[in-house]
Design a protein around this ligand. Structure first.
Ligand code: SF4
Ligand code: SF4
Length: 522
């Protein structure tokens, strides 16, 4: 093919693994880009060409190039903070008194508790998890409405660990060009040593990742000692093994394949986004027509139209998912901003303004093309709705956490028999009552009943010195059997009643409602 800009662009596009003709052709905002995209002959449905099209596209290995710039620095900061939190949080201590664990964040499965600093969640309060999931989903939607897939580009664990693994790979195997050259060459002792060092370091990171995970489920210092001396439970070793394997595989080998094929979020995100969301965008109005630096200089001197893109492909070479953002929006783009850094460096070198690639909205892409000033609308109906939902759910959770009591009461009515008629004609119902003591000290409670005047309450196997005293250990629950006997003749089939629990010392209380059942029609 002749050395024309179109030919060069096509060659560059092939090298860059773009292959995004369909997307480029469907995007109305970048007609200029279509000039440089190779035009494959259209498939004719009447011929066998459809049948010949491969159903499986073989993976092209991506060698992301090292890049410097503001978004790269943000990614480093996020990587250190998130990994630091993940790896070291289990070692944070939090004093909860003598009878409670002192690990700040602990999922205590045997005792069915979740500790998060000053918060202790009981199994009965699992609805807090629902609240957290709603807040997490809304926060993700809000991020998406404001700045597209920044979760994917900066915070997603797959991105963070892949970034770390790619950094290790560059240390050991060299940057993009060096790595590619070495892989094309023979297996020399140096290549073996470099690859061995890489896999060893990957394995260490993966092993530490799996190890950190299990530390959230037991006292971390104790478990570390037990693991090192082979006294830890088998399940701990099993989980470390599973998570070491998944981290090693997903971050070391599968990388962008997880984002492209396994993760559902890009599909959901594409349905949730709108034209006001910031996305990493190529400025077609500035970049096109593309040409080399030399030709651009000549054309500019002649007063001919020429774009700022010099076809250097730096934006493609640094991309961790192999996307050519100049071809338009792409599900593979995780919005990491590294192509912005790469292109800014190129623009600085050739003396052109930065941000040929930038975070911008679809609206502004069109406005730029029409010569209009950009406009940004972050406060929109959807962003406000997300903020309101987050604030409402967060507010309710905070209020209930701050006002929740240190004791609880659950009542279950016996199902069989529902009632018993005694020899003296009275009716008796039986209940299983669970008393919850959320304090770190032993407490004594007493129980009373309202809603059934003249009835008799009996709490089985408790101290009865005129009142029933139920002792409950620190941070424990206790189940007692409760009998309610009604001497009123012909009571209604169902009478609402309320059990009241009192702390004998402090008077703190809790209540639970149920029914007293009787035969229909007396
Ligand atoms: S880095 Fe910038 S100048 Fe180079 S190909 Fe990409 S968009 Fe064009
Ligand atoms: S196209 Fe740019 S923003 Fe998108 S994934 Fe590649 S480097 Fe990141």
């Amino acid at each position: 093919m002749a050395n024309t800009p179109d030919a060069a662009a096509q060659k560059a596009c092939e090298t860059a693994d773009c292959g995004l003709y369909a997307l480029a052709q469907s995007a109305e905002v970048k007609p200029a880009a279509l000039k440089v995209v190779a035009n494959p002959p259209p498939l004719d449905p009447a011929t066998d060409e459809w049948d010949d099209a491969p159903l499986y596209q073989a993976r092209r290995k991506i060698y992301p190039q090292r890049v410097h710039g503001v978004y790269r620095r943000i990614k480093w900061a996020v990587l250190f903070v998130t990994l630091g939190i993940y790896y070291f949080t289990p070692f944070l201590r939090w004093d909860r008194g003598p009878n409670a664990p002192d690990q700040a964040v602990l999922i205590d499965l045997p005792n069915r508790r979740f500790y998060f600093f000053f918060i202790e969640i009981w199994p009965q309060e699992i609805y807090y998890l629902t609240g957290l999931l709603i807040i997490a989903a809304m926060a993700l939607f809000l991020m998406n409405a404001i700045a597209g897939r920044i979760w994917c580009g900066y915070l997603c664990p797959q991105t963070v660990w892949t970034d770390l693994f790619q950094t290790i790979e560059r240390w050991c195997e060299g940057d993009r060009r060096e790595h590619m050259q070495r892989e094309r060459g023979p297996w020399t002792p140096e290549r073996v040593a470099r690859a061995g060092a890489k896999y060893f370091l990957w394995l260490m990171v993966a092993w530490w990742t799996g190890g950190a995970w299990v530390l959230y489920f037991a006292d971390a210092p104790t478990l570390v000692y037990d693991l090192a001396t082979f006294q830890a439970p088998l399940v701990a070793y099993a989980w470390i093994g599973i998570l070491t394997f998944t981290t090693f595989t997903l971050a070391g080998f599968m990388r962008e394949q997880v984002c492209l094929y396994m993760c559902p979020w890009p599909r959901i995100q594409a349905a949730l986004t709108d034209e006001h969301a910031l996305n990493v965008t190529y400025r077609y109005d500035r970049g096109e027509p593309r040409t080399s630096v030399k030709k651009a200089t000549v054309l500019r001197a002649q007063g001919q139209p020429v774009g700022d893109c010099v076809e250097c492909l730096q934006c493609v070479h640094v991309c961790p998912t192999g996307v050519d953002i100049r071809q338009g929006p792409d599900l593979g783009c995780i919005q990491c901003g590294l192509c912005i850094d790469a292109c800014d460096a190129v623009m600085a070198k050739i003396g052109r303004p930065p941000r040929l690639i930038a975070y911008d909205t679809d609206i502004n892409v069109k406005r730029h093309a029409e010569g209009l000033a950009p406009e940004y609308r972050f406060a929109r109906a959807r962003t406000l709705l997300y903020v309101v939902v987050i604030a409402a759910v967060g507010g309710i959770m905070t209020y209930t956490l701050m006002t929740r009591t240190a004791q609880g009461l659950n009542v279950i009515h016996d199902r069989n028999p529902i009632f018993v008629r005694l020899s003296d004609g009275a009716l008796r119902n039986a209940y299983t009552v669970r008393v919850i003591n959320k304090r770190g000290e032993r407490r004594e409670f007493t129980l009373s009943l309202s809603g059934l005047p003249g009835s008799l309450l009996d709490v089985v196997q408790t101290r009865d010195d005129g009142r029933f005293v139920i002792e409950v250990g620190p941070d424990q629950t206790r189940e007692v059997r409760v009998l309610v006997t009604d001497y009123v003749p012909d009571p209604p089939a169902s009478t609402p009643i309320t059990f009241h629990l009192y702390d004998v010392m402090t008077g703190e209380r809790a209540a639970a409602s149920d029914y007293f059942r009787a035969p229909a029609g007396g």
